[in-house]
Design a protein. Structure first.
Length: 332
């Protein structure tokens, strides 16, 4: 999830663990702890694209990280804070650390909660930024902050924030199940034989859902809004995996395929190859759009190594997409 959401969650968890003894300081340290796992994004400055993608939401988002580093940070805090209970501070950091990847596991990218095991949890029931999850949570947190640390109101507001946000998260699982079955029924009605079906919410909401459908030679992409009155329509995209030719044997290519969980399309434009990660869809709702959210140019350097370079996104495309999504959300 986005940084603000993780800050709010971490602060709320900090309040639960040490709020009565440390007041807003518990929230502050919880908020800081809630952002620490995302420091893995800096890996992109020190390594190649493929390695950075593998590192993201890896070790720092694992149970192991939470167990190992919680007591270290707990000890560090006791070096300068008046409250010297290392166990209590460690408990705060542990819960702030572990709730971060648990929440991230509900997004499309998912998280390697059980690192070093090669297992990525991705329930794909909430977008990385969802105002309906974050804003009510933030309001309750701010209300709690205004209360004295020993009052019942403070605890009440904080618990309400956790309950409302968690309740909404559970609701998104139900909405995903409904959307999944809508796509499944549409495929059956259209007599489309498929290998697998994957669904996710569109940006900033859980009303409009997207689907990736794998068939033998193609991928089908479709959208469904709970306000739709017309049947689901699917756009066809050839896999074109054969365009990789001998590059398919390269270790970096194999790693990228693993990162995308096999959901990828290869394009060839002006003799250049492009690797498109389908899991995050398109930056356009235009029919047959080729503007994928995560698109990488594939090149071979002088050492005969395959390199992946992310194609920069155009901010204008993002703004137009949000406008188009709003219109599409209201139904077809």
């Amino acid at each position: 999830m986005d940084s603000l959401t993780q800050i709010v969650l971490g602060a709320a968890v900090g309040e639960v663990v040490l709020g009565k003894k440390n007041g807003n300081k518990a929230m502050l340290y919880g908020a800081i702890a809630g952002t620490i796992p995302d420091l893995d994004v800096f890996a992109s400055y020190f390594t190649d694209t493929v390695s950075a993608l593998e590192i993201h939401r890896g070790f720092t988002h694992s149970i192991l990280f939470s167990i190992v580093f919680a007591p270290i940070f707990g000890w560090l805090v006791t070096r300068y804070e008046k409250y010297k209970d290392i166990k209590a501070w460690s408990w705060l950091f542990f819960w702030a650390f572990i709730t971060h990847p648990i929440l991230d596991a509900h997004t499309t990218w998912g998280t390697q909660l059980f690192w070093p095991l090669d297992v990525r949890l991705a329930f794909k029931n909430i977008f990385v930024i969802d105002p309906l999850y974050t804003l009510p949570f933030l309001v309750f947190l701010l209300l709690a902050m205004r209360q004295k640390r020993t009052t019942k109101k403070r605890s009440y507001y904080n618990k309400m924030g956790l309950l409302v946000s968690s309740g909404y998260l559970l609701l998104t699982l139900l909405l995903k199940w409904i959307a999944f079955n809508k796509f499944k029924d549409a495929l059956e009605r259209q007599n489309i034989a498929y290998i697998q079906l994957d669904t996710r919410p569109s940006a900033l909401n859980t009303i409009l859902w997207s689907a990736n459908v794998e068939t033998k030679d193609n991928y089908l992409l479709g959208n469904y809004s709970f306000f739709d009155s017309q049947p689901v329509r699917f756009e066809t995209y050839p896999k074109n995996h054969h365009l990789l030719e001998n590059l398919i044997k390269d270790k970096s290519v194999q790693r990228m395929i693993a990162i995308s969980e096999g959901w990828y399309i290869i394009q060839k434009n002006d003799k250049n190859l492009y690797f498109n990660d389908l899991r995050f869809g398109l930056l356009s709702l235009e029919p047959n759009s080729q503007n994928f959210v995560f698109k990488y140019k594939v090149t071979v350097n002088d050492a005969n190594e395959v390199m992946f370079t992310e194609v920069p996104k155009n901010s204008k495309n993002g703004k137009k997409l949000l406008s188009d999504l709003w219109d599409r959300l209201k139904g077809n």
